[in-house]
Design a protein around this ligand. Structure first.
Ligand code: ATP
Ligand code: MG
Length: 331
């Protein structure tokens, strides 16, 4: 470990509740960097007592074989909606044996709110939801529900992944890191998402500081600084810039000066900035692969939007009033 890596390890990985954000364009190496950070959290277990091990939750985007890649690092627990499934086939090596990987177990849930009760410290918990939502109208309410229940649980000290001895935690939440690759899809800035898509982002933004104080951190990536809700992007203390990261001078005057340097980074090169606004040199991130050499994965089924019967309203609600006002204003 060089001195910058050591600094990142000490000040970020070993320090619970610090949010981190990667910025870079498509193909710049964001997902690979996420694997590297997951690896960092797993390595940290060698230095920490078990009560301080961080429970890892990975939001699966359903892209290629990322889940398989995770099974190279630690046992994986897949959390899957009950009406859906995931089929995994590992390749065999020359001796006819499955290529080496940790076990992958599956747990099914009925309601997204439940997933926070199904976490386990000793697995990488992979929340497989996004890939099963094909209908855009379903994305925002489902993710909003999910984060709402996370925040309630965190606030009530009711986040209790399996694996910890709770008397050792003295009433506190254990450390939890939530990996949100492509957070800009969950918390887009205005005009970047679908209409009505703001709810989950607003919930996260409003509670980012609270989560931090409750030992829950977000480790996120975005396709661009401006693609992310303004309020949420200012919640991240650690910023990792990859190729194409670009910052406005009004928000990040120091990073702004390096926009041209970020433009020229190669895939897999990154520059980390710390809360103190010190920067690393260009760091070369190790290559982890995409898991495609391990096997293949098939997602089965999808979630249907609920068709609520239309009800006759007897009185006008606040929502109706706002809609009506918006219609008048836009004319
Ligand atoms: N650390 C690395 N070392 C070498 N090559 C890398 C590294 N990271 C990424 N690459 C190269 O860049 C490609 C894209 O990497 P990755 O999928 O991590 O990027 P991404 O930013 O997540 O892309 P996307 O926006 O498409 O999800 C890889 O297929 C690989 O060829
Ligand atoms: Mg990616």
């Amino acid at each position: 470990m060089n001195s910058w890596e050591e600094k990142l390890f000490k000040e970020f990985i070993l320090s619970p509740g610090q949010h981190g954000l990667e910025n870079g364009n498509t193909g710049s190496g964001k997902t690979t960097l996420m694997f590297w950070l997951v690896d960092g959290f797993l390595q940290a277990r060698n230095k920490l007592p078990a009560s301080q091990w961080e429970t890892l939750v990975w939001f699966d985007r359903g892209k290629s074989s990322e889940i398989l890649q995770l099974s190279r690092m630690a046992p994986v627990r897949l959390l899957i909606p009950e009406s859906c499934n995931i089929e995994i086939n590992f390749f065999e090596d020359e001796n006819g044996e499955e290529v080496q990987h940790y076990e992958i177990e599956k747990i099914y849930f009925q309601d997204p709110k439940e997933v926070w009760n199904l976490l386990d410290r000793d697995h990488i918990n992979v929340l497989c939801l996004q890939r099963f939502i094909l209908h855009p109208s379903l994305v925002a309410p489902t993710t909003a529900k999910l984060f709402e229940s996370l925040i309630l649980k965190a606030m009530n000290y009711d986040l209790k992944p399996a694996g910890y001895t709770y008397s050792q935690l003295k009433g506190k939440n254990p450390r939890v890191a939530i990996f949100l690759d492509e957070l800009n899809n969950i918390a887009p800035s205005r005009g970047q998402g679908f209409s009505g898509d703001q709810q989950a982002g607003a919930i996260l933004q409003h509670n980012a500081e609270q989560l931090r104080s409750q030992n829950v951190r977000l480790v996120a990536s975005s396709h661009g600084w401006r693609k992310l809700r303004p309020g949420i992007r200012s919640s991240f203390q650690f910023l990792i810039s990859l190729r194409g990261a670009n910052y406005p001078s009004s928000e990040q005057p120091k990073l702004y000066r390096f926009n041209r340097l970020f433009e020229k980074l190669e895939p897999g090169q990154a520059i980390i900035s710390f809360p103190s606004k010190t920067f690393t040199d260009k760091i070369r991130i190790p290559w982890y692969g995409k898991g495609e050499d391990l096997g293949y994965i098939r997602y089965i089924g999808h979630l249907e939007p609920e068709h609520k019967p239309r009800t006759q309203k007897s009185s006008i609600g606040l929502e109706d009033l706002v809609t009506a006002l918006k219609a008048v204003v836009s004319q």
